[in-house]
Design a protein around this ligand. Structure first.
Ligand SMILES: Cc1cc2nc3c(=O)[nH]c(=O)nc-3n(C[C@H](O)[C@H](O)[C@H](O)COP(=O)(O)OP(=O)(O)OC[C@H]3O[C@@H](n4cnc5c(N)ncnc54)[C@H](O)[C@@H]3O)c2cc1C
Length: 415
């Protein structure tokens, strides 16, 4: 595959962009593969990429029922941070964040990683204590975060109202190397690199059944016929329960819709990401100038990819308290994604009751930021059959043993 470069852009500009080759192939599925991965979201594609790059396994198919990146990966608000409380979480999210730093160069694809800084506002005394605790934990984990006071918050975010009607801004947990990336580009970059290694990305093909013999998976039934495999990876986020059901086991997962919305584009006014977890809303400004706004998850299980109106109202009302300028903005569109929530709000990267089958799910409302680290850890487990250091804590057995990695209180919202 030809490399993208400044020279290539200039050459194509001169010949009306007629010479670009397709970023990835659309092959017919083969009868069998060493590894089949279900789900071409960021986590599935990253798993395939690191299987090839780190372990030399390239006879891989990634099967996607829609289009690649069309699930949560292309629907999220792209916040990247690693300021988690628990050691296991901090390790995998920081691995991911550090891989993001050079991902564009590594994939030869601009994922537009922008380490502009992420701020989590403290708007109650309880939050101050919680974030100071996280700051101390992060120091021990080697993650650069710091608790800042209201003056510094205002300096970093001039449009903020420190003395809102319900909750004043009392400070914030600040991660200067957190930020955002272009979500589609992350999926596209990994897809291009996988295709370049000879892997098959098979879109518009739904897995409808799991074929098994003697406690092992032998292949998957799809809308384009049976595809055999030696190892299976299930990486389907909000549909994990459905896939597990096909395979004959149950997961401690609930699927709910989480929504986001985006405003009309305005002039640059905020160059950091702000999360206001008490009032529950978060916001950043895209390169196009739109204010990207995230809200809460539905309070009931569902498989809808739409936003619900009461959340829209609640989120905007909450944000207006802290950012009065939002009241003057027109909203362009809103949408939802089906997120897979575990009880402790931590992911599952695990072996399953079926010998050669592995699952990666449960990233819930915050798995975009972890894509590179999760792919790295999942690939290691699929290649070696055992979880490595990064995945060790995230096995399904933790729910049986009561060994939770509790991020539900620590993170408040986990985007
Ligand atoms: C509104 C919103 C805001 C968010 N904000 C953030 C944020 O700011 N920061 C952050 O870190 N995270 C955020 N997240 C969470 C993040 O988007 C997800 O955790 C992450 O994208 C999950 O990636 P994935 O690859 O596991 O899943 P997905 O991208 O959903 O990919 C799974 C794929 O599996 C496919 N699939 C399902 N069933 C089948 C089948 N039977 N056969 C074949 N294919 C199948 C689906 O079509 C889908 O493409 C947000 C999510 C939403 C919805």
């Amino acid at each position: 595959m030809k490399r993208y470069s400044a020279f290539a852009i200039a050459r194509e500009a001169a010949r009306y962009h007629s010479g670009w080759e397709r970023a990835w192939r659309s092959p017919e599925p083969k009868k069998s593969y060493d590894v089949v991965i279900v789900g071409a979201g960021g986590h599935g594609l990253a798993t395939a990429y690191y299987l090839g790059k780190n372990h030399g396994i390239t006879n891989v198919a990634i099967i996607e029922k829609g289009w690649l990146g069309g699930g949560n990966t292309g629907r999220n608000t792209t916040i990247i941070r690693s300021n988690y409380l628990q050691d296991e979480s901090a390790a995998i999210y920081e691995k991911a964040r550090s891989l993001y730093e050079n991902l564009s160069q590594e994939l030869n694809y601009n994922v537009m990683f922008s380490p502009r800084g992420v701020m989590m506002l403290a708007q109650t005394e309880h939050e101050i204590r919680g974030y100071k605790r996280t700051e101390h934990a992060n120091r021990l984990q080697g993650i650069e975060t710091r608790f800042i006071g209201p003056k510094e918050v205002k300096k970093l975010v001039p449009i903020i109202e420190l003395n809102g009607p319900r909750y004043p801004v009392l400070g914030a947990l600040w991660q200067p190397r957190g930020g955002t990336a272009r979500h589609d580009a992350v999926a596209w970059g990994y897809a291009r690199a996988c295709s370049d290694m000879g892997m098959d990305i098979i879109q518009q093909t739904e897995v409808t059944g799991i074929k098994q013999a003697r406690g092992k998976v032998t292949g998957v039934e799809t809308t384009r016929g049976v595809i055999a495999c030696k190892k299976l990876g299930m990486v389907v986020a909000g549909h994990s329960g459905v896939l597990a059901d096909m395979a004959g086991f149950r997961l401690p997962i609930e699927s709910v819709s989480l929504q986001a919305l985006v405003s009309e584009p305005i002039k640059p006014c905020m160059d950091v990401v702000v999360m206001a977890n008490t009032v529950h809303g978060y916001m950043s400004q895209s390169d196009k100038g739109e204010m990207v706004i995230g809200g809460g998850a539905d309070g009931f299980n569902n498989y809808s990819q739409r936003g619900s109106f009461h959340h829209l109202e609640e989120t905007v009302r909450a944000l207006i308290e802290t950012f009065p300028i939002v009241s003057r903005l027109k909203m362009l569109r809103h949408w939802g994604g089906i997120v897979d929530m575990t009880g402790d709000r931590s992911p599952i990267i695990s072996k399953t009751p079926l010998g050669n089958t592995f699952i990666n799910c449960g990233w819930g409302t915050g798995g975009f930021k972890s894509i590179p680290g999760s792919g790295w850890a999942m690939a290691e487990m699929m290649a070696t059959g055992e979880p490595g250091d990064l995945a060790a804590g995230f096995g399904l057995d933790r729910f049986r043993e009561g060994r939770f990695i509790d991020e539900s209180v620590a993170a408040g919202v986990a985007h």
